[in-house]
Design a protein around this ligand. Structure first.
Ligand SMILES: NC(=O)c1ccc[n+]([C@@H]2O[C@H](COP(=O)([O-])OP(=O)(O)OC[C@H]3O[C@@H](n4cnc5c(N)ncnc54)[C@H](OP(=O)(O)O)[C@@H]3O)[C@@H](O)[C@H]2O)c1
Length: 488
């Protein structure tokens, strides 16, 4: 007869923190007292389904267990014993985490079934229930507490008080990519309210090109390091930081450039935790662009079923996200792109009707689809598309001047707007995440949209940090689709 063991506990830590430990199938020798040493066989990743962990217990027992499934969305994994000196036959076990809604705590459910030799059933059920599961809950509580308690000590005695040497892309003169070089720099120790981050990827955005070209000098004094977003993990924290700790997987976006670097110190208010189901490169590629799509849809464009949207560069970083999200929210979406491959991609991401144009002529086609024009135009093109955009705008429509890939747009006169009773806005993403609460709220919506399939992570083009100039050239050439990141 199969024995069944079921145990559960509430852990006083957010689900992402508990999951970040548990999803590493080889982490148990770090937090579970009964485990002595553990390794993953055959050089596989410890979160790769099929991998085998071979470990010894402190009593000398030897066990090999195989990871059978791992679900980041459900926070669940299942594993089985493939070989053991303990007589647990046909042992299969599942761990599931759920958030506890009345606080930032985690419900942990651990169950298993196995066959025990006759006469040893009770002994082995007790061993698993108490020696492994109950003890495991307590060990995890202590492990998380120790990590939390370590923070202030680390901050005061570790070299945290010292700058850390790093490598940064530095622009020494406004203009072309030739002014970008990789230099040795330093990331200062985090001051009050700051965290220092070991970066993995920096997101590349079109604004980085504007800054390098010298189009917005107050935002980018020279010499300067471009980049408004990145992902990585927290190295250390400054006084007064309560929401983050060393080791947290994070991403950030902020209004001061500088993310093309390996280590960076930033205000905690720029930083969000990255859930386990979002990879580091996706977080760096999508945080700023996804939050831009969110504020365009929710705040400025007030999307609703049937509203008519014109999205330029519909196969680009912001464009793909915007098309998919707007469609999911019931809008009708026309996009512009410059070639057939981009058109195909834009359609795959929800763009209902795609106009292929490389010379900024689209107004007639837009009216052909929408009748009198678009209710909302998301215009990242700027000057070269100025007249066509106004022409494509429906009466009472809203023209959102998001960017200026083709050149800085001329001023919009009130007289022009009155002729269509139109409104015009010139937003900047950072104003829409000015508080930590706003940033977290938008980031949560973005992560949820990725988790439930509303958004698909686009193709992400990776370049090494030292090739930032090449990444800029690619973006400026109009040959990229989706998002670009620099691997640091
Ligand atoms: N204000 C904000 O809060 C905010 C935030 C994020 C992004 N933005 C803006 O949103 C737009 C999209 O940004 P992104 O980072 O996602 O870039 P992207 O869309 O991935 O790349 C830019 C695209 O613009 C199109 N384009 C048209 N004329 C161009 C030209 N002369 N040079 C280069 N590209 C041209 C190209 O697509 P086609 O070849 O298909 O036309 C190109 O692929 C940019 O204008 C950016 O500044 C604004």
């Amino acid at each position: 007869m199969l024995q069944k063991v079921v145990r559960s506990a509430v852990i006083d830590a957010p689900i992402e923190r508990v999951w970040s430990v548990l999803r590493d199938f080889n982490s148990h020798d770090a937090w579970h007292d009964v485990v002595d040493q553990s390794r993953i066989e055959a050089g596989r990743q410890s979160s790769e389904v099929g991998c085998i962990r071979a470990f010894t217990l402190k009593d000398g027992s030897f066990i090999r267990e195989q990871l059978l499934s791992l679900d980041d969305r459900e926070h669940r994994f299942t594993y089985c014993i493939v070989e053991a000196t303990v007589p647990l036959e046909r042992y299969i076990s599942t761990v599931t985490l759920k958030p506890v809604t009345d606080g930032n705590r985690t419900f942990w459910h651990w169950e298993s079934s196995f066959k025990a030799p006759p006469g040893r059933e009770r002994e082995l059920v007790d061993l698993v229930a108490q020696g492994v599961y109950e003890a495991g809950f307590n060990n995890m509580r202590r492990h998380l507490l120790e990590r939390r308690d370590r923070r202030p000590r680390e901050a005061s005695i570790m070299p945290a008080a010292l700058p850390i040497g790093c490598r940064s892309v530095v622009v020494s003169a406004y203009g072309g990519v030739e002014s970008m070089t990789l230099r040795d720099t330093e990331a200062p120790a985090p001051g009050p309210g700051e965290v220092r981050i070991q970066q993995r990827f920096a997101g590349v955005n079109f604004i980085d090109v504007y800054l390098r070209r010298g189009w917005i000098p107050p935002m980018f004094p020279l010499p300067g390091t471009p980049g408004m977003e990145a992902s990585g993990s927290v190295i250390d924290i400054g006084p007064g930081v309560t929401s983050l700790m060393g080791g947290d997987r994070v991403a950030y976006m902020g209004p001061v450039a500088g993310s093309y670097t390996t280590v960076r110190t930033v205000p905690q208010d720029w930083v969000v935790r990255v859930p386990a189901h979002v990879e580091d490169d996706v977080a760096a590629a999508l945080l700023l662009k996804g939050i831009t799509a969110d504020y365009l849809l929710q705040d400025l464009g007030r999307v609703r079923p049937g509203s008519r949207w014109l999205v330029h560069a519909a196969a680009g970083g912001v464009g793909l996200l915007l098309c998919a999200w707007a469609r999911r929210l019931g809008a009708r979406v026309v996009g512009t792109v410059s070639n057939e491959d981009k058109a195909r991609l834009a359609r795959e991401h929800g763009c209902e009707h795609v106009i292929i144009t490389s010379d900024y002529r689209f107004a007639e086609d837009v009216r052909g689809v929408f009748g009198e024009g678009a209710d909302v135009i998301v215009d990242g093109l700027g000057e070269a598309a100025f007249d066509e955009n106004f022409s494509a705008l429906a009466p009472c429509g809203h023209w959102i001047s998001l960017g200026q890939a083709s050149g800085v747009p001329r001023a919009v006169s009130p007289d022009l707007l009155i002729s269509k009773s139109a409104s015009f806005s010139r937003p900047v993403a950072f104003a829409y995440v000015a508080t930590r609460a706003r940033l977290n709220e938008r980031a949560e919506r973005l992560w949820a949209a990725l988790a439930d399939g509303t958004l698909r992570a686009p193709v992400i083009e990776r370049h090494p940090l030292q090739d930032a100039a090449r990444a800029h050239q690619r973006l400026e050439s109009r040959r990229t689709t989706g998002a670009l990141v620099l691997a640091t």
